[in-house]
Design a protein around this ligand. Structure first.
Ligand code: DMJ
Length: 657
């Protein structure tokens, strides 16, 4: 009932509705006692006052103190924060302070606050108004409920939380015995061609340089600062340590660096601790730590990796305790309290984050024998399938409380990218049995092609960003992974489209190669544009950086495997030379602040994904196809290896003890 509906109680106790009912009852009682009209009015007033204060207490209790309150509070707090705080440090894929800050600025622009301060102020005010209105609407909805309804909601919510906690506990109990199956193609042959062999050996040398410098200057910390020669810690991992160690495990393994792999393993056994009292990014921890541990387990069969992966998976489960089951972006793994990035539209979770859990969580269920992980990610899919998609596109923002889309921004780069990748790979990893994922992938790609993919006047195909129907003719380095994705999916494309998707992959690879080729250092910028008379060039200073990202060589790797066109090896080698010439320093490899200048512009961070992804993809390009054959493995978005769950094996290897 609206608060306004109760107000007549003050002025007219004998009025209609609830007022009338109360008035009648109280009047009768007063009359029976025969205490006179004055006393009668006093008693009535007193009781009314009591009823009113009880109601107010109930409402405030419901809003602030009871378990249900998280929805409303998150609405109020998060909705108002984007304009009050500087843009947060994050966007999928970062990992360094330099990158974080730059991406934060990029976010401010994306949210519609370009260089002009007056426009930015106006924009921020509009956003504050919009957020406040939304918070008020939600508050009003809660207040409109009858006390019994609120009570019922509270009880239901309490029951749900208790059940969730029980299930989380159950998930952490002993693991079933798994008969480890030796992996297929975990160690390939030496390439027969001596030139290719030398190139591959060179890439292994690069891995050694990156690894030994990390070991020497930052061992046990998350990442290395190769210029300062000390550790670097990103807020993405809270206080979890050892990101480079976990991220590098499988690259060490496939390169045959067995001693280093053992060193990493024993650090993990003794030191890797998830009981951290700080917010972590659920997405980053999943793709790097869960993915890295699963991959190490599948390659080596060492139980410690399975144990740690499941332990961490259990720690991530409270992120799903939201009304819709769409997980929070951030989680304090000690307290189990989740939240969202303060900059995200209307308190939303991010598509590329909650949409990039599927592969790892399916394997967690497989390896733990507990369906809870799979249930959580399948529920995300159900929520998405029940939502109306604007023009068939998936917006980047989804509110976990309301289960509704936030701003209608669509991107195949940051904030959207790996969601599409995981749809395709969910289908491949299921031995092509997950037909729902396949359909979602091809439907999404069709909409992307119609609304986002364009060709420049110079003939370069690019993927623009879509903002409520308007296109921004910009493509991010992150988006370059899509070339490989289109090519990888070509095989399963609707009738007659296989060749088309393979060609689309090749065109994106060419565009991304151009973005590299048009710089001074021959490594590409964070984002490049196709407007204002330029093509495949960064025009804004804060888009000119390169942080050792893998997406372009990732696409070369898939294109090489799927076509064997020698140009992909040529382009990959150009990238190797550029890394050696411009990013290699005494203390490791560093990102660059500006790829268009000849002078050094180091950002002083050796990202953990340089070891997990960039070097791994390069190594694979110069290996034979028998190393990690694509029909047996899928790469998670951090290039960690997950075996295809072949139909004949699916239920076989996990046996209850
Ligand atoms: C990685 O952490 C992953 O590839 C992620 O999907 C996006 N970006 C970074 C590397 O650029």
């Amino acid at each position: 009932m609206p608060v306004g509906g109760l107000l007549p109680l003050f002025s007219s106790p004998a009025g209609g509705g609830l007022g009338g009912g109360l008035g009648g009852g109280l009047g009768g009682g007063g009359g029976r006692k025969g205490s006179g009209p004055a006393a009668f009015r006093l008693t009535e007033k007193f009781v009314l006052l009591l009823v009113f204060s009880a109601f107010i207490t109930l409402c405030f209790g419901a809003i602030f103190f009871l378990p249900d309150s998280s929805k409303l509070l998150s609405g109020v707090l998060f909705h108002s924060s984007p304009a009050l705080q500087p843009a947060a440090d994050h966007k999928p894929g970062p990992g360094s302070r330099a990158e974080d800050a730059a991406e934060g600025r990029a976010r401010r622009r994306e949210e519609g606050a370009p260089g002009d301060p007056a426009a930015a102020l106006e924009d921020n005010l509009a956003r504050i108004r919009e957020n406040h209105e939304r918070a008020l609407r939600e508050a009003k909805e809660t207040l409109q409920k009858l006390p019994e309804e609120i009570q019922r909601d509270i009880l239901l919510e309490k029951e749900k939380v208790a059940q969730d906690q029980q299930r989380d506990k159950a998930a952490s109990r002993g693991l079933p015995q798994v008969n480890f199956v030796p992996p297929i193609g975990a160690e390939g042959r030496e390439p027969a061609d001596p030139t290719i062999r030398d190139k591959r050996a060179k890439i292994k040398e690069m891995m050694k340089h990156a690894w030994y410098n990390y070991k020497r200057y930052a061992w046990g910390l998350n990442e290395l600062k190769p210029i300062s020669k000390e550790g670097h810690s990103s807020s993405l991992f809270g206080n979890i340590k050892g990101a480079t160690i976990v991220d590098a495990l499988d690259t060490l393994f496939i390169m045959g660096m067995k001693d280093e792999f053992q060193e990493a393993k024993s650090w993990i056994e003794k030191n890797l601790d998830f009981n951290v009292n700080a917010a972590i990014s659920v997405f980053e921890v999943n793709i790097r730590f869960v993915g890295g541990l699963l991959s190490a387990y599948y390659l080596s069969g060492e139980e410690i990796f399975r144990k740690k992966a499941v332990e961490l998976g259990v720690k991530l489960l409270p992120a799903f305790h939201t009304p819709s089951g769409i997980p929070w972006a951030l989680l304090n793994m000690k307290s189990g309290i989740g939240s969202n990035w303060p900059w995200a539209s209307g308190g939303s979770s991010i598509l590329a984050e909650f949409g990039t859990l599927h592969l790892e969580f399916m394997h967690l269920s497989y390896l733990s024998g507990n369906p809870i992980f799979a249930e959580k990610v399948m529920n995300i899919r159900t929520v998405l399938n029940n939502l109306e998609k604007p023009q068939g596109l998936y917006p980047n923002y989804l509110n976990p409380s309301s289960g509704q889309w936030g701003q209608h921004h669509v991107s195949v780069g940051g904030l959207g990218d790996s969601f599409y990748e995981y749809l395709l790979k969910a289908w491949l990893m299921s031995d092509k049995t997950d037909l729902e994922a396949k359909k979602m992938y091809f439907d999404a790609v069709q909409a992307i092609e119609t609304h986002l993919i364009r060709k420049s006047s110079g003939g370069l195909t690019y993927i623009a960003e879509w903002k409520g129907g308007l296109l921004e003719h910009k493509m991010g380095h992150l988006t370059c992974f899509a070339g490989g994705m289109f090519a990888l999916g070509a095989d399963g494309a609707p009738a007659g489209l296989a060749q088309h998707y393979l060609e689309l992959g090749a065109e994106i690879a060419r565009t991304c190669h151009e973005s590299y080729n048009r710089t001074y250092v021959k490594l590409g910028p964070e984002a490049f544009r196709f407007d204002g008379g330029v093509e495949a060039i960064a025009t804004r200073q804060n888009e000119k950086y390169y942080i050792l990202r893998p997406e372009v060589v990732e696409t070369y790797m898939y294109m090489w495997r799927l076509t064997h066109d020698p140009k992909y090896r040529k382009w990959a080698w150009e990238a190797v030379e550029a890394l050696e010439n411009y990013c290699k320093v005494n203390g490791g490899y560093s990102g660059l602040r500006d790829v268009y200048v000849r002078h050094e512009s180091y950002d002083d961070v050796q990202q953990s994904f340089f070891l997990a992804e960039t070097l791994k993809y390069l190594y694979l390009i110069f290996s034979d196809d028998d190393l990690l054959p694509l029909e047996h493995w899928v790469f998670n978005t951090e290039a960690h290896l997950l075996p295809v769950l072949h139909t004949d094996k699916k239920a076989l290897e996990v046996k209850e003890q």
